[in-house]
Design a protein around this ligand. Structure first.
Ligand code: CA
Length: 296
C-alpha cells in the first residue's frame, strides 16, 4: 500500500495532524516553520498562520473559536480571528534550549504535551498534562524525544513513544483523574523499520505509527507487539498521522524535509507534504481541549 499526496506543502517539519470534525478540516503544524496549517475539506482551501515561535502541537478548543497551541514561548490560546494570544503557562521558561514537541488531547479533553531539547540531547525532555482548570502537571521526565500518544477505546490504557527508545509503552490510565501508572513495553520497533514518531489508534484498538527515517506508517497490535500492515509514504521522514473525514476512514500523514540531504530531497521532492490513504479501517475522533468555564 502506498499513501497518495493530499496537499503539496513545503513544511520543514510537518507534524501533529488533528481532525477538526466540527469544521470538517484538518489542522497540523510545521514546528520549525512556526506555522499552524489548515485544510478545509469542504472547500479544499489551505491556509497557514505564522506563530510567534516554534509550535510543537495545536488542538482546537471545544466551543470556542480558539486553538490551544504549544509554543516555545509557552502554552497559549490563540484566536485566529483577532490574532490574539493568551498565555496559559510556560512550565519550561527556565530551559531556553527546550521546545514543545508532540501533543494531543486524551479522550476527556486534557492536553498532553512533551518537551525536548532543540538538538534532541538525551534525557532533557518531559511530558506535561494541562487540565480543564488550566493546571499544568509534569507527568514524566528524563525523556529524549517524547512523541506519539494514544488512548485505548475503553480509555483505560495510554500508549506513549519516546522515539529514542524505539518503544511503545503502555500505562494503566485513569480517565477520571488523568493518572498514568505501571508502564510496560508493548512494542519494540526494529531499527530497520524507522524511528517511531507520531501515533494514533483505530476503531479496532490497533496503533498506527509514523516512522521517521523509514518512509512508512505502520499498523501494530499492542497486545502482541506484531506488525500488521505497512503503508509506504514517498518521503523518508514520516512524522505523524491521524484519522479524519466524514467516516473517519482517511488516514492523514505529515512529513518533514528536516534532516534530509540534498540528494534525498531531490529523490523525494514531496517531503514536507501531507499525504492520505484509506487503509480499510476506521479511526477515532480527535478530542478537543475541554476548558472548565466555571474554573476559579
Ligand atoms: Ca514528532
Amino acid at each position: 500500500m502506498q499513501a497518495d499526496l493530499f496537499i503539496q506543502s513545503d513544511n520543514v517539519l510537518g507534524e501533529g495532524p488533528v481532525w477538526d470534525a466540527n469544521q470538517h478540516s484538518l489542522l497540523w503544524v510545521d514546528i520549525e516553520g512556526k506555522l499552524l496549517c489548515f485544510c478545509d475539506l469542504n472547500t479544499g482551501d489551505v491556509a497557514q498562520i505564522e506563530m510567534d515561535s516554534r509550535i510543537g502541537a495545536a488542538v482546537p478548543v471545544e466551543g470556542g473559536e480558539a486553538y490551544l497551541v504549544a509554543l516555545q514561548s509557552g502554552l497559549k490560546f490563540y484566536k485566529p480571528k483577532t490574532g490574539a494570544y493568551q498565555l496559559i503557562s510556560d512550565p519550561e521558561k527556565h530551559l531556553v534550549s527546550n521546545r514543545f514537541n508532540d501533543g494531543k488531547c486524551d479522550p476527556t479533553g486534557r492536553f498532553w504535551v512533551g518537551t525536548m531539547d532543540l538538538t534532541a540531547k538525551q534525557s532533557k525532555g518531559s511530558l506535561y498534562c494541562l487540565d480543564a482548570d488550566l493546571n499544568v502537571a509534569k507527568k514524566l521526565d528524563d525523556l529524549s524525544i517524547p512523541n506519539g500518544m494514544a488512548w485505548s477505546l475503553d480509555h483505560r490504557k495510554m500508549y506513549f513513544i519516546d522515539s529514542a527508545t524505539y518503544q511503545v509503552v503502555c500505562f494503566d490510565y485513569d480517565a477520571e483523574t488523568g493518572k498514568n501508572k505501571n508502564s510496560h513495553i508493548v512494542i519494540q520497533v526494529p531499527e530497520s523499520h524507522g524511528i517511531p514518531d507520531g501515533m494514533c489508534i483505530d476503531s479496532e484498538d490497533m496503533l498506527w505509527i509514523a516512522h521517521w527515517g523509514g518512509g512508512n506508517v505502520s499498523r501494530w497490535n499492542p497486545f502482541t507487539g506484531e506488525l500488521l500492515q505497512k503503508v509506504d509514504v514517498p518521503a523518508p521522514h514520516v512524522t505523524s498521522c491521524c484519522f479524519g473525514g466524514k467516516r473517519l476512514d482517511i488516514l492523514f500523514i505529515t512529513t518533514a524535509k528536516y534532516g534530509l540531504s540534498e540528494e534525498q530531497l531531490e529523490q523525494f521532492p514531496l517531503s514536507g507534504s501531507v499525504f492520505h490513504i484509506k487503509p480499510g479501517v476506521k479511526g477515532c475522533v480527535s478530542p478537543y481541549f475541554k476548558l472548565n468555564k466555571n474554573r476559579k
